[in-house]
Design a protein around this ligand. Structure first.
Ligand SMILES: Cc1cc2nc3c(=O)[nH]c(=O)nc-3n(C[C@H](O)[C@H](O)[C@H](O)COP(=O)(O)OP(=O)(O)OC[C@H]3O[C@@H](n4cnc5c(N)ncnc54)[C@H](O)[C@@H]3O)c2cc1C
Length: 461
């Protein structure tokens, strides 16, 4: 039970019911870490509210007693966002998993925080609509809002920042905020400050997101996917830049270096050439697809591509993308027992070839085990570095490599994180990225919404 008094735990139970409160060590451990290498820091208690009224009452209770509050989605984050660095109450939102409202004519849906991206798309299957933002994991949609997530489709459909219309948020003191006004789901607005944008990427540090109104998209009429191997990283990334500069409306364009490709072949039983590779997908009418494919083949051939392999039927396509989504686990399988640390820099697209080529050279020189994979259509890529959690020296070398890469991205007018967030590990880089006035503004916003500093303390700032 840690630092909480028996009386406080009884008050939690009175609010949500005894079965929905746990102080068991195993449960607290399970909630004290995410998928990253950040060390487990368990909360003092875990609660599962059933509705927004309970979330509001829980927040007010914790706030009144000076107890930290840590929102928990599905725990698939990779920046230590759920680690309870000061203890406190973890609010696990997975029991609130209803799809509250579907507005097919207006391309929008309202979901509770426990709904995952796969559950939403399963629900939409026969509607002709889908929600395209796809981090590899089956994350909760409100967790995705909280981290500003994206994935393989962002080059065409945008990130969470582009696909959230409204949020219901329980503020730290228990008050309920509707960031775009209660019940609204318009496509554009010039009404006041962008409160919705403030909460996208806030990583649980400003409030608990208890419902999200999301923008849906028409399901594509036809799709085709392909893999294309290249003699060098430079050739693969030059092709990416040329495809985008030629305004080919590619839906997905993902890069895997030779080590990542090899790991995916083994882990997901693919049979791709072991070389720097692009995974691509095109969406549209049959006629539009033919044009996009032809233009892409011309560009890649011009850059010396070895081989273009098409996946036309749904089964082949999903095998390919399942392999891509499992790249994290494929990388981890290169050294069983290791933990992963993923860098996440994002640079202007024209600077991508130089930073990727340099990063591969640095990785070879570092002696670390790592793969490179990236949402290169957005200028965003990850080095997945493998680390023995029991080896402090290796841990330091991984952190030093990640910081150096972050600084290189900043020097190229980029960001230290395209989609994973700041969490615990990138707070220094955030300061370098936004500067003193930027940090001061963020701190003032945080202090105004959370004057006691109890919402997911120790993260972001
Ligand atoms: C195999 C794998 C592949 C991945 N690929 C990608 C990828 O391609 N792109 C990408 O962007 N990410 C990726 N991720 C990271 C992860 O899936 C995303 O960060 C995701 O958005 C986290 O959602 P979650 O529900 O698991 O959040 P959690 O891990 O539970 O929480 C993450 C943060 O959000 C806060 N939070 C969670 N829910 C709420 C809420 N309702 N209200 C307020 N704060 C909340 C938490 O306090 C924490 O700070 C990947 C992870 C894995 C394991």
């Amino acid at each position: 039970m840690g630092k909480l008094s028996q009386g406080f735990v009884e008050a939690l139970k009175a609010l949500v019911g005894s079965p929905h409160v746990s102080t068991a060590a195993a449960v607290r451990e399970q909630h004290g870490h995410d998928e990253s290498m950040h060390r487990c820091q368990p909360p003092d208690a875990v609660v599962w509210p059933q509705n927004v009224e309970q979330v509001s009452q829980l927040a007010a209770l914790c706030y009144g007693h000076g107890v930290p509050i840590i929102p928990f989605g599905t725990g698939t984050g990779v920046e230590g966002g759920v680690c309870a660095v000061q203890g406190g109450v973890c609010i696990n939102l997975t029991h609130m998993d209803r799809i509250l409202e579907l507005n097919p004519d207006d391309f929008s849906v309202v979901v509770e925080p426990g709904v995952t991206r796969k559950a939403l798309n399963a629900h939409l299957r026969d509607s002709g609509l889908w929600f395209p933002v796809d981090p590899g994991a089956d994350a909760s949609l409100c967790g995705m809002v909280a981290t500003g997530a994206s994935g393989t489709n962002a080059v065409h459909y945008g990130t969470m920042r582009d696909n959230v219309l409204n949020l219901e948020v329980v503020l730290p003191d228990g008050r309920l905020l509707h960031t775009a006004g209660p019940g609204r789901y318009f496509r554009k607005s010039a009404a006041g400050y962008n409160l919705t944008g403030l909460f996208v990427g806030s990583e649980g540090t400003l409030g608990l997101i208890t419902a999200a109104t999301l923008r849906l998209h028409p399901a594509p009429e036809a799709m085709v996917a392909a893999t294309c191997a290249f003699p060098s990283i430079q050739a693969a990334v030059d092709s990416t830049v040329h495809i985008l500069q030629a305004a080919v409306p590619v839906a997905r364009i993902e890069f895997l270096d030779d080590v990542m490709m090899d790991a995916c072949n083994r882990y997901s039983k693919l049979n791709c050439r072991v070389a720097p590779t692009l995974f691509l997908e095109f969406h549209g009418s049959e006629q539009a697809l033919a044009e996009q494919v032809q233009r892409t083949e011309e560009i890649t051939q011009h850059n010396g591509a070895y081989h273009f392999s098409w996946a036309k039927n749904a089964e082949e396509r999903s095998r390919l993308w399942a392999a891509r989504h499992n790249a994290w686990y494929a990388a981890l399988s290169l050294r069983p027992g290791s933990k992963g640390y993923s860098t996440d820099v994002c640079v202007p697209i024209s600077r991508l070839p130089e930073i990727l080529v340099q990063t591969k050279e640095d990785l070879k020189a570092s002696g670390l085990t790592g793969t490179i994979t990236g949402h290169v259509g957005d200028g965003n890529f990850h080095c997945i570095l493998l680390v023995d959690p029991e080896d402090p020296e290796e841990l330091l070398r991984v952190k030093a490599f990640a910081e150096q890469l972050g600084r290189r991205a900043l020097a190229l007018h980029g960001t230290c994180t395209g989609e994973h967030g700041i969490g615990l590990g990138k707070r220094q880089l955030l300061q370098e990225e936004v500067g003193a006035v930027g940090m001061e503004t963020m701190r003032q916003l945080k202090a105004m919404l959370d004057p006691r500093g109890l919402m997911n303390p120790g993260k972001v700032l």
